[in-house]
Design a protein around this ligand. Sequence first.
Ligand SMILES: C[S@@+](CC[C@H](N)C(=O)[O-])C[C@H]1O[C@@H](n2cnc3c(N)ncnc32)[C@H](O)[C@@H]1O
Length: 356
Amino acid sequence: MSTIDTAATQTAMADRGLIVQLAFGSMASQTLRAAVRLKVFDLIGDGRRPAIEVAADAGAEHQPMTRLLRALAGLGLMEEHEPDTFSVTAAGALLDSGRPDSLVSFVRMFTDPAIVRAWDGLDSSVRTGDIAFDAIFGTDFFSHLGRHPELSADFNAAMSQASAETAAVLPHAYDFGRFTSVTDVGGGDGSVLARILAAYPALHGVLHDTQDGLAQAPETLARHGVAGRCSLAAGDFFRSVPGGSDLYLIKSVLHDWSDDQAVTILGHCREVLPPGGRVLIVEPVLPKVVGTGTATHAADGGITYLSDLNMLVNLGGRERTRQEFAEVCHRAGLSVVSVNPLPEAVPFYLIECGAR
Ligand SMILES: C[S@@+](CC[C@H](N)C(=O)[O-])C[C@H]1O[C@@H](n2cnc3c(N)ncnc32)[C@H](O)[C@@H]1O
């Protein structure tokens, strides 16, 4: 075989490998789910343990446990040192539930049927634009969470873990010190607002969300020592947003909703915005497509585009480009003052808006 043929064969094999890997993707995520449910990362900890011991502690069978641990090794989350004895890799250690930067709740939620089932209707959502989740579950996503408090608590914890990186850098990436009060609209359990308040001791906070969204907030605010400077405001941002702040933070909320719904939420922020006040949107920003756009689409491993489809099937929302954010802001009576990437927390951006 010529050199050219060999190169062509290798490319063809790599192409096949990519398709096989992607087709097996849901098996990989369910392997993670099982490992987290069986707490194997906690059970192995930072040492080396024989699978037979891990199985006994997990209440599992030895051989199937070995197979699970080997599959996790294949995914880069374990290492097998001698036959049937395993340790956790640095990436796998993020699935130890005891770590402050643990991603256990994040994995539990994003592999849960509540998120995953609607993906079976993606082709239908692409054909019709309809929200697959609503047809499968007979209600919308957040109402479903409201009916299942344990799932809602999992969702709030998952959002907190998903936001941890952003929460750590946000206080240093934006000057919150020029405001007296910040309302976090759809602020969930308060993980992000708590970090901002902790960094700015003169700032007051208002955490706005539904009753279900706020369920874990008192504990979060107390843990960060900011409960005394933060009030809770249960409500519905489709009806109103509480007045009284000069900064309205809205993180990872607009992408849950259609353009019309995003305009309604932003419009309620605009209604209560005092002169000189700001709305600070914190979300991923899709790149503007120029030419083929191939390189930019894959910049974060395609995660933001998968998130966009996740919004389509589960919520009817969407990720947006800079131009699309400017348009919804404009329709809500706001103009974009600046757009800046958040350091170290790619692909989140800070989109600062004022009244227009
Ligand atoms: C994707 S989570 C983002 C949470 C948080 N801002 C973060 O970035 O971690 C969306 C939040 O919007 C809240 N939410 C959904 N519908 C709402 C409504 N109608 N009014 C107020 N909050 C709502 C949810 O409870 C949830 O906390």
